[in-house]
Design a protein around this ligand. Sequence first.
Ligand SMILES: [Fe+2]
Ligand SMILES: [Fe+2]
Length: 264
Amino acid sequence: MEPPAQRACPDLEAALFRLYREFFDRAEKKRRWSLADDIPWGQCNPRLNPAVADVVESFLAVELYLPDYVARAMSLWRPSRAFTWFYANWGYEESKHSLALADWLLRSRLRSDEQMADLEGQVLRRRWEVPHDSPVGMLAYAMVQELATGLTYRNLRRQVEGEGDPALCCLLGLLGVDEQAHHNFFLKAVRLFLRHDRTATLRQLRRVLHHFAMPAIYELADGRGRVEAIKALGVFDDRLYFREVYQPILAALGVSRPELRRAA
Ligand SMILES: [Fe+2]
Ligand SMILES: [Fe+2]
């Protein structure tokens, strides 16, 4: 396994720690929200399209793999205070996301306590293998997944707006802002790694961008059906991935497709 690159490079670690402090200070000032007080829980809609509840449940499953993401990231990045402190903060925010989605499914009465216990059991029973064992690969993967998840919440919110569920609209809005902030942090981190070692970082980036899927969903018992439901609702598919994730990330990193191809 590739050793954490920043261990050998104090300048890079210092730049990463500055990035983390920027992220943290901004989160404290602008982005903290309360699960109890900031969502109009009295305005859940039990008659909402059941397909929306299915998609919410699938993304709850993605958020429930938190222990696997955190354990893997913490062990890969153990020598870096920038990343271990970041992942502690990130874990807090992501844990709130799964609470919010689960609370909505229960309060809208679209899922029962038994159904929720069943889903949690299914997810927490087995470990999800984060698909990249290189530290930089994991950062690139998180950069892509955060943008894809944020995009999904934004598109799902658009669907819900017409159907009348202010509670779900509000919580999807809050989650979307958090995911965008997470994406921005990972994007800036990957940019620093590109500057530090462009060839090695491009190789990881290419692997991640060309093999991205929402694997945590595929691995659920009815994963294939869940992915089809997400596509049918138009919240995420291959076309959206290419246009709103793949291309914008390359543009934001200043990497052309021929350069990425050469990295292979
Ligand atoms: Fe999240
Ligand atoms: Fe996130």
